[in-house]
Structure formats: C-alpha cells, structure tokens
Design a protein around this ligand. Sequence first.
Ligand code: ATP
Ligand code: MG
Length: 222
Amino acid sequence: MLSEGKSTVCAYLGVTAAVHKGMKTLILDCDLRRPTMHKLFILGRKHGMTEILQEGFSPRDAIKKTSIDKLDVITCGDYHPEPTELFDVEAIATLVDDMKFYYDLILIDAAPALPVSDPMLLAPELDGVLLVVKAGTTQRELVERAVEIIDPNRDRILGVVLNNMNNTLPYYHDYRYYGYEYRTRKSQAHIAAKARDRRGKTNHRHRSNPDSKGDTSRSHSR
Ligand SMILES: Nc1ncnc2c1ncn2[C@@H]1O[C@H](COP(=O)(O)OP(=O)(O)OP(=O)(O)O)[C@@H](O)[C@H]1O
Ligand SMILES: [Mg+2]
C-alpha cells in the first residue's frame, strides 16, 4: 500500500537497532520504483541495487556508511526504466545470505505489496516480514488482501506496525487531549470561583452577617 510509512519505519528501525541495541545493521533499498533511503540518509543514489542486479557490481563496494555508527545502507542505485525486469529475487536472496556474515540485522525496504508483486516474491526468501499499516487510512480489506498475498501460509509476517497512531487515536496518549482536559479543568475551576463570588455578594445583599456589618451596610446602602 502506498505511503504508509514503510521507508520511515525501516529507517528508524535501522537507527534503533544500531544505536540502542548495538547491532551491526544493513538496510537494502529494494524499492526500485520510489526509492528513499539515499534521501533519508543523505547518500549518493548510484552504485547500489540496480548496478548489483544489472551489472554484477560487487555488493561490498556498494555498501555505504551512514553518519550513524554500525548502520550501513545499500541504496537503490541508478534509475532503471524496467524495475520489474530488474527485480531478481534469487540474486537479492543470495545477497542477503552473503551479508548475514557481516551484519546482525538486515532490513529490506520494499515497494508496496499492493499493487506491486516484489514483496510477494521476496517474502518467502526472507526470515520475516513487517507489515506497515497507516492507522485511520488503510482500509481493512486492503490489509487482508496484502496479508493473503505476502503470507498465504501465515508464517512470514512477524508483526504489524500501526503508523499514524497519534493522529488517529488521540484519546490514548496525545498530549493535546490532556492539554484540552487540563484547560477544561482550569476553566471549570474559574467558573466555580466566579459562582462562589457571586453567591457571596448575593448573601451580603440579602442576609445580615454579624461578622461583617460594615460590608452589609455598604451593600444595603447601594
Ligand atoms: N509517523 C509519521 N509521522 C509523521 N510523518 C510520517 C510518519 N510516517 C511517515 N511519515 C511521512 O509520510 C511520508 C511517506 O512516508 P514513507 O516514504 O516512509 O512511506 P512509504 O510507505 O515508504 O511510501 P512509498 O509507498 O512511496 O514507498 C514521508 O514524507 C514521511 O516523512
Ligand atoms: Mg517507501
């Protein structure tokens, strides 16, 4: 599915694994149609997957270091007019197997499962698939269809990332919700104080108060 945040989740997962878990991590940009990893990590696009798949370019030479320690990227490579033809699942699976020797974690950013067939072809060759769903936007039927396509035997999908939660379900943990509640309580307290004040003035007008004769008399004189 388009623009759910797949590449963003993939990049953040890579950063988290490298920085917080100390895992030597490699991200492969296998979305040859709408590649983003070179933009996210500010790297040159060329000498990546396209060249590896098309020209037998050495994967070791294609590895690019990012500004984050322990996090490397193989970018998508130069533009290719026929990404479907170029997408060689066996070659990618071999590349991943070879890279397992050097890395603790290999993340692959892929094209959307609908309508592109790449993820469906790639899924059986990998250890697992993470599905990214945009909360409040992605239709249930599309998610079910994607699961059918990618994981017909229900043994590939490791989990689902529900992106865009804050904008969709603010009641659980959005600070704006609490901010609103806080303001409401404040204004309620303000209203209550004004009401008390009004009641106090009314009492002064209509009741005689032995402790504040002066005030009462002033009230009566008005
Ligand atoms: N949780 C988020 N909060 C804010 N912005 C987000 C979030 N997730 C994704 N985005 C933004 O949404 C846009 C699309 O995200 P991204 O490129 O990761 O989607 P994608 O699923 O990889 O898209 P494509 O189908 O084109 O490959 C980007 O501009 C990204 O910065
Ligand atoms: Mg993407």
